[in-house]
Design a protein around this ligand. Sequence first.
Ligand code: NAD
Length: 338
Amino acid sequence: MLRVGVNGYGTIGKRVADAIRAQPDMVVCGVAKRSPDYVAVGAAEESYPVYAVDGERTEEFRSIGIDLAGTVDELVDESDVMVDATPSGVGADNRSLYERHDTPALFQGGEDATVAEVSFNARVNYEEATGADYARVVSCNTTGLSRFVAPIEENYGIEKARATLIRRGGDPDQTGRGPINDAVPDPVSIPSHHGPDVQTIFPDLDIDTIGLKVPTTMMHVHAVNVTLEEAPDDVSEIRDRLRAEDRLVLIPEYAGIDGAGTLKDFALDAGRPRGDIWENCIWEESLTLEGSDLYCMQAIHQESDVVPENVDALRALSGHLSGPESRSLTNETLGIGL
Ligand code: NAD
């Protein structure tokens, strides 16, 4: 049984902890929290042992009924592997903490690629992370693009990929983020940094990306155009290949799912925890082939698509299952596939 500690119990950390708990071969050793807030209370109510990031706040935790299990140092020491889900940049600072305890760790996509020896996507390069001490699970957008690119690249070859990322302004709990009433080029320089991040997974892929931020907390939407090296005669062949992918979902026309809002409503109706959507959601009607140019639009749930990737990355580091075995176990235990 793999004992996993989670450092940074926020949007990503709490979801990864719950996903780990659903696995038969791993257990949550504890979660490290900095602030004694409602999320900390939630962790305690879920019976996760709570460890303090800041030992001086022990009394504050106790005053709201949380008896701390120890300090983050102790959590790292007791864990076989850590998931670092702290805010961007903090993970890099934490690497020395994990090294000090000789504890392997996963970092998240907000960190620079240099934080770990491998950037990870379960569909593409599971084997590269096998037995590594440190890996970075790439960002929500990079995960979404990598899952789409993989079967296209394998079957048709890609001459050039282009993606416009219409990004949610912030997560639902990020009350201070925006824009409130605008569509903002972000970054305004073209190409955006997202393409080079995809190249940490596909080093030889020619890809340019453009980014904007819009006033929604729901999901990101990608408008993708891929020029194929060898296009099939009909787009239906591509559609069938995408449908066969475990973490891609094609939204059929009849469903009447016309945006990220209806997708989230559907996920809640389906009883998904927190309304999470772990899969890329590709509008089937948008899949279009014009000569050798393939087009589509897909929605990416930023809060959750990286969650199954974290679970698989933990198995890759520990080296006890192959990529396909891990993915299928993760899919089955989480209920992936809408
Ligand atoms: P978050 O702010 O929701 O959660 C981070 C948590 O870490 C918070 O609870 C915060 O209090 C805590 N924290 C802050 N400093 C800490 C420290 N020194 N030690 C331990 N905990 C500390 O952030 P998030 O959205 O979960 O993002 C975490 C990482 O995941 C980032 O690298 C981010 O880029 C990446 N990521 C985020 C999303 C997303 O859309 N939210 C998607 C994919 C990847």
